[in-house]
Design a protein around this ligand. Structure first.
Ligand code: HEM
Length: 173
């Protein structure tokens, strides 16, 4: 979108430079977010294979680092910088466009946190504390780590990332 000459001439940073910089930061934040998702997935897969509770604990600590230092801040940065870029580039949100469809998909994945990951995480934490107390990987812990509902939730997160990436690039509607 072109900026009126009087606005462009009075603003210290050209509009195009601003929107391109924000878009670049948005894509960098996607690296942080998706990098964290990948790291967390690998660490959790290793934790599931561990036969020693100390190894399992170590993998879970790595998984939490990915979650807390990359996935969580990354998801907020992707959202905030994406919204700012959309606003600066004057991409429409209505009627349903690739921007609003991406937002809806993104929020649908956020909804998994209170509905699936927090309640299932509580069951997992109880099984982990119990296994730590016994000093071994218990069948209860193995079952909690193989939770199908959590696995489906994580698969949905990846599907959303793939779908949004396509929407961002193809901008089909
Ligand atoms: C998993 C989440 C996301 C991923 C993987 C992602 C990925 C990308 C990629 C790869 C681009 C560059 C596309 C291109 O220039 O052709 C982009 C641009 C952009 N993204 Fe996202 N994005 C995500 C979430 C969001 C969200 C939630 C918004 C919110 C509105 C958003 C808004 C934008 C905007 C406005 C652009 C600039 C498009 C343009 O002007 O060409 N993104 N995103």
């Amino acid at each position: 979108m072109r900026v009126p000459a009087e606005v462009a001439s009075t603003h210290p940073i050209p509009h195009r430079t601003m929107s391109l910089s924000l878009e670049l930061l948005h894509v960098f934040s996607v690296f942080l977010f998706v990098g964290g998702l990948l790291g967390r997935t690998v660490a959790q897969a290793q934790a599931r294979r561990a036969t020693d509770i100390r190894d399992l604990d170590a993998y879970l600590r790595i998984s939490s680092q990915f979650e807390n230092k990359m996935v969580r801040p990354g998801s907020f940065a992707v959202l905030g910088l994406g919204l700012l870029t959309a606003w600066l580039k004057h991409w429409p949100f209505a009627p349903l466009t690739w921007v609003s469809a991406s937002l809806l998909l993104f929020f649908s994945a956020f909804l998994l946190v209170p509905t699936v990951f927090i309640p299932r995480g509580r069951l997992f934490r109880a099984a982990l504390d119990d296994a730590r107390g016994q000093g071994q990987v218990t069948p209860r812990l193995t079952a909690a780590m193989g939770d199908r509902i959590v696995a489906v939730g994580h698969a949905y997160e990846w599907a959303v990332v793939a779908a949004i990436t396509w929407l961002m690039i193809a901008k089909p509607f």
